[in-house]
Design a protein around this ligand. Structure first.
Ligand code: PEP
Length: 250
């Protein structure tokens, strides 16, 4: 049985004051007994402070990006080992904004996935198609290419220590959520593709859905057989909205 995970991607948002208010609200409202795991992914400078604040709450901390390099002359980069020292257990890799705005190829994303795991971080691998690709009937080809690059880099077994997030680019930050059926179709396809290589890895792997998830649509999405939680952008920035999604998982 896969536990539901609700993960918040704060993107380039936050301040010391806003983070404290948001986290106080989440801590106060989250139930330790709920059958749902929570993860927050703030910007780099806040990670260590937030990890301290969340210690003992059961809420995990992840980064939004990581370097594929371990150390050296890579100005502006942050290594996986540094994220671990900052209290992270997870890291997003391959978010569509990293792919489209910062030119990260599937090969680079695969290298980041590998670097994260080498430091014992759990990578949350984001994959998904653009609207143009969906309309051209290329959704399965696109997610396969993004997934296969990681499998080629690290092998299918490595997916056992990771999380996937299917995020159709057309649904991110647009208010256009995929219907539960549209999302389920792709999640099922992804799981079956992995099962073709290793059935037990596929069965245990959590595949989150991301793209305009809110309290009002989360329950329908999380009820689908192959949807194991959500990666939440906009609605992770207000405690009530984030908790409404977490509650939908219960
Ligand atoms: C995201 O950035 O991963 C995301 C899903 O954003 P939103 O929930 O705002 O669509």
């Amino acid at each position: 049985m896969r536990r539901i995970l609700v993960a918040g991607n704060w993107k380039l948002n936050g301040s010391l004051a806003a983070n404290a208010e948001l986290l106080d609200g989440i801590i106060a409202g989250a139930s330790a007994d709920a059958p749902v795991d929570l993860l927050v992914c703030p910007p780099y400078p806040y990670l260590a402070g937030i990890a301290d604040k969340l210690e003992g709450t059961g809420i995990a901390v992840g980064a939004q990006n990581v370097s594929q390099q371990a150390s050296g002359a890579f100005t502006g980069e942050v290594a996986a080992s540094m994220l671990v020292e900052s209290g992270c257990t997870h890291v997003l890799v391959g978010h569509s904004e990293r792919r489209s705005l910062y030119g990260e190829s599937s090969k680079t994303v695969a290298e980041k996935f590998e670097a994260a795991q080498a430091a014992k971080l759990i990578p949350v691998l984001c994959i998904g198609e653009t609207l143009e690709e969906r309309e051209a009937g290329r959704t399965e080809a696109v997610v396969s290419e993004q997934l296969d690059a990681v499998i080629e880099q690290v092998g299918v077994q490595a997916l056992a220590d990771s999380i996937l997030a299917y995020e159709p680019v057309w649904a991110i930050g647009t208010g256009m959520t995929a219907t539960p059926e549209q999302a389920q179709d792709v999640h099922k396809f992804i799981r079956e593709r992995i099962a073709g290589l290793d059935a037990s890895v596929a069965e245990g792997l959590r595949i989150l859905y991301g793209g305009s998830v809110k309290g009002s649509n989360a329950a329908g999405l999380f009820a689908m057989a192959d949807i194991d939680g959500g990666l939440i952008g906009g609605a992770s920035l207000k405690a009530d909205d984030f908790l409404a999604i977490a509650n939908a998982a219960s």
